[in-house]
Design a protein around this ligand. Sequence first.
Ligand code: PNS
Length: 174
Amino acid sequence: MRIGVYPGSFDPATYGHLDIIIRSAKLVDHLIVGVLNNVQKSPLFTTEERVKILQELTYDLDNVEVQSFKGLLVDFVKMQNASVIIRGFRAISDYEYEIQLAQTNYSLDSNIETMFLVTKNEYSFLSSSIVKEVARYGGNTSKMVPPLVVRYLNEKNIELNLEENIKINTLGGE
Ligand code: PNS
């Protein structure tokens, strides 16, 4: 049985990520979407939220499961008895970073291969950071992320605005 891991921050998952999940799930028997639990990155969505979003997006894909992981990716891959890491490749700007990741992972464990799937043309500009930036300023993200992510982004915006208002009121309200 070939098990693959598709790792990432997924903060939040986009149509580009979903496309890679659907396509790579056809290439392996079992696909584990690995959500990086990294406190240093201070993500917009908590690890639990990112996992939940991906679980909701992939509920109809029988051979896909979503898990969070901490530490080295190769350790997580080994723990899952997986043999292949899957990454999406959007444009030449991804090259340096992706090669560095793949080569580091290969040097850490040469039994684990990295496989790249080229992103669909229409998603080649798309990234979670771009989505967050557009959402933050009230732009329309419906072509970038599935409807449920649009909803999560709106909720997060409301939450952040409330926190901001509370801060302003506490600091300047006496
Ligand atoms: O979606 P991203 O942020 O590009 O994903 C990056 C990810 C999660 C694949 C990468 O940061 C990762 O694997 N982190 C875990 C630590 C690790 O093993 N790093 C690679 C060796 S330096």
